[in-house]
Design a protein around this ligand. Structure first.
Ligand code: HEM
Ligand code: HEM
Length: 245
């Protein structure tokens, strides 16, 4: 009887296989999808502060508040926490090593892990300042006259520009705003994007989407293409917000 029960329980190996799959999936859906959407929405900065503030307000009022927070928690916060913590566990323990075969070289495999740590640190700074301190706690980094009647108190274009050290918007340089932040963003965003696009190699391998050398080469080319496109858009946004009016 005890033996029959034991046979029904998933083994240690099967359990870690399932967690591994979930980790792989979470990097693309929903986190990778969120990254694409997030860069797309931030591109409104290229059309000026008014359009950017309008976008922030629109995104925040699309749903009633409880649904908005529920969706944010389910689609962004919890998946990133799970992916980051399990990712650190994998990187720190060096196991299981099946994912290694999805990468073209040992270098790409290890760089995936190192860029994961960088993404983790970048997101603590980025979300900590803009989402928690500015939007949720209402501590603005640039002069703010308060929301119009009936409107929400949200992060503004001027806050992000000040955060990146833009002197037109930064009324005080502080640990939360300045050139050091701009430097952190240059490195943090590009390496986080690289972590995602290089991760697509491992993802396609894990899910059997790139069987054979030709398919793997194609995925590699596509992932580099995606890396350059997303990095160019992100750097464009950062330079406009840092050096623009
Ligand atoms: C051009 C670069 C970027 C800009 C200007 C930017 C801007 C912002 C702003 C303004 C917020 C606060 C939104 C709010 O409080 O309503 C935010 C939140 C966030 N950003 Fe970024 N971001 C950039 C790049 C990235 C990258 C590369 C990632 C990596 C995945 C990222 C992940 C996040 C996350 C997870 C949140 C919290 C979202 C939430 O909980 O609703 N951002 N970003
Ligand atoms: C927040 C901190 C993060 C950490 C610590 C982290 C860590 C990791 C690690 C260690 C791996 C490699 C797993 C392995 O080699 O077996 C990985 C894979 C991956 N990550 Fe992340 N990651 C983070 C954020 C992100 C973000 C923001 C994205 C997407 C925008 C992402 C997308 C991916 C993808 C697509 C994979 C490949 C999955 C696979 O190999 O099947 N990660 N992550």
């Amino acid at each position: 009887m005890a033996e029959a029960l034991a046979a029904e329980q998933p083994s240690e190996h099967e359990r870690s296989f399932l967690w591994r799959r979930l980790h792989s999936l979470s990097g693309v859906l929903p986190i990778g999808a969120f990254l694409l959407y997030h860069i797309y929405e931030n591109m409104t900065a290229l059309r000026g502060p008014a359009v950017y503030n309008e976008m922030v307000s629109h995104v925040n009022t699309m749903l009633p508040r409880p649904y908005f927070y529920g969706l944010e928690l389910a689609v962004i916060v919890l998946p990133i926490l799970f992916h980051a913590l399990y990712g650190i566990h994998i990187a720190a323990t060096g196991r299981p090593n099946v994912g290694r075969y999805g990468y073209p070289s040992n270098w790409a495999y290890w760089a995936q892990r190192v860029s994961g740590y960088v993404a983790f640190l970048y997101l603590i700074v980025h979300v900590g300042v803009l989402r928690l301190i500015v939007t949720l706690a209402g501590v603005h980094l640039a002069p703010y006259e308060g929301p119009a009647h009936g409107q929400l108190d949200l992060v503004t274009y001027a806050d992000v520009a000040a955060h990146l050290g833009n002197p037109t918007h930064a009324f005080v340089s502080s640990p939360l705003a300045g050139n050091h932040m701009f430097a952190i963003y240059l490195v943090g965003t590009v390496l986080t994007i690289w972590h995602f696009t290089n991760g697509l190699l491992g993802f396609c391998w894990t899910w059997g989407l790139s069987v054979g050398r030709v398919a793997q080469m194609r995925v590699r080319w596509l992932s580099w293409l995606l890396f350059f496109a997303l990095s160019a858009a992100t750097l464009h946004i950062l330079f406009v917000m840092r050096f623009g009016d």
